[in-house]
Design a protein around this ligand. Structure first.
Ligand code: TRP
Length: 351
């Protein structure tokens, strides 16, 4: 039996380099594996509403953007089924049953939601749906009987909770779920890319993103304004690599042939870093190099996106059709789950 993959994101904005390196790139790498049986990418509109209840338009309008972003990087729509979460209501039913297997204090201990509650200033006014979205995410993951979840490292607590819920369910009602595994990028900088302003995480709300759909001039302007080492004032000054986002991005995006193509006086990134640390290498030169590396990465994405944008109806039709597939998949698992729980009431009928 091949593996089942599920991943996804909330449609609250266009996707950026942080998404690409944290999760989208792994989708590309695994889509061609022979041992993959099913591969779903979920546009998590239901989850997005947990902190956007009064902003349905934002969520609704970004569904197509997130679909386009996923297609633009080269995911093959014949292999990877992109669908909209709210079109699979069975997931909400599973969430209801899972709610009873988790304590409220356990939910308050989730480091990712803790951060988000703080960022959003929810403190004493956390929407119940927001506090419990990790349970609904466990339902997403287990509802598809998922083996592997390719995500950035901020999602690890969600997968941990899904594993706990699978265990608790199996112990309480009988063996139904397998314990899913996360697939995170190997390098730390890839699992969580900093923003261009040097803040810990690239995020739309911080306004420090390079989007996958950014035009070339915008990419360049963002790269040239990126945070480096504030003490590296003169070219001759020694520079710091740690916390310098230009080098973090190079760590994440430089390819084997990048130096040959764009900066052939250096063999590799180690040499470039050593020169910067010694002094005598200016920020502008490194930034122009990074700009070339990123333009090369993003150009084909932008072009593919423009092709797909020519027929949005076709994309929506694809999403709806995949929704049907997803419903079938989750219904199967919901039935198994309900019969393990003893909720298969049709058995009451004698004839
Ligand atoms: N929490 C994810 C995000 O914020 C989105 C998501 C919802 C998800 N359900 C999922 C990711 C299931 C992986 C698997 O982007």
């Amino acid at each position: 039996m091949g593996k089942i993959i599920l991943t996804g994101e909330r449609p609250t904005g266009r996707l950026h380099l942080g998404h690409f390196i944290g999760s989208l790139k792994n989708r590309l790498l695994i889509q061609d594996n022979d041992d993959i049986e099913k591969f779903f990418v979920m546009i998590a509109d239901t989850q997005a509403l947990t902190d956007n209840a009064d902003n349905v338009d934002k969520v609704k309008n970004n569904i197509i953007q997130v679909a386009l972003d996923n297609l633009s990087i080269g995911l093959n729509p014949n292999k990877v089924k992109i669908f909209i979460q709210s079109q699979v209501p069975q997931l909400s039913e599973i969430t209801c049953y899972f709610m009873n297997l988790v304590t409220v204090s356990r939910l308050y201990r989730n480091p990712t939601t803790k951060d988000e509650i703080h960022q959003r200033g929810f403190e004493n006014r956390v929407p119940a749906g927001f506090l419990t979205y990790p349970v609904s995410q466990a339902a997403d993951i287990l509802g598809f009987n998922t083996d592997l979840v390719p995500v950035g490292d901020d999602q690890l607590p969600m997968i941990e909770l899904a594993r706990e819920i699978a265990r608790t369910f199996n112990n309480t009602y009988g063996n139904v779920f397998k314990e899913p595994k996360a697939l995170v990028p190997k390098q730390d900088v890839c699992a969580r890319l900093p923003g261009i302003d040097g803040k810990l995480k690239m995020s739309k709300s911080a306004g420090n993103c390079i989007y996958l759909s950014d035009e070339p001039e915008v990419i360049k302007q963002k790269v040239m304004s990126a945070y480096t080492d504030p003490d590296h004032i003169k070219v001759s000054d020694p520079g710091k690599i740690e916390g310098n986002v230009v080098f973090s991005y190079l760590d994440a995006f430089v390819k084997e042939d990048s130096f040959k193509k764009y900066l052939n006086e250096y063999e590799n990134l180690d040499e470039l870093k050593a020169h910067y640390q010694r002094g005598g290498l200016g920020d502008v030169k490194v930034k122009l190099f990074l700009n070339n590396v990123l333009q090369e990465l993003l150009e084909p994405f932008r072009n593919r996106r423009k092709e797909y944008e020519k027929d949005l109806d076709e994309i929506y039709r694809m999403l709806f059709k995949n929704g049907e597939l997803a419903r079938q998949e989750v219904s199967k698992n919901l039935e198994r789950m309900k019969s393990a729980m003893g909720l298969d009431y049709e058995k009451f009928l004698i004839k």
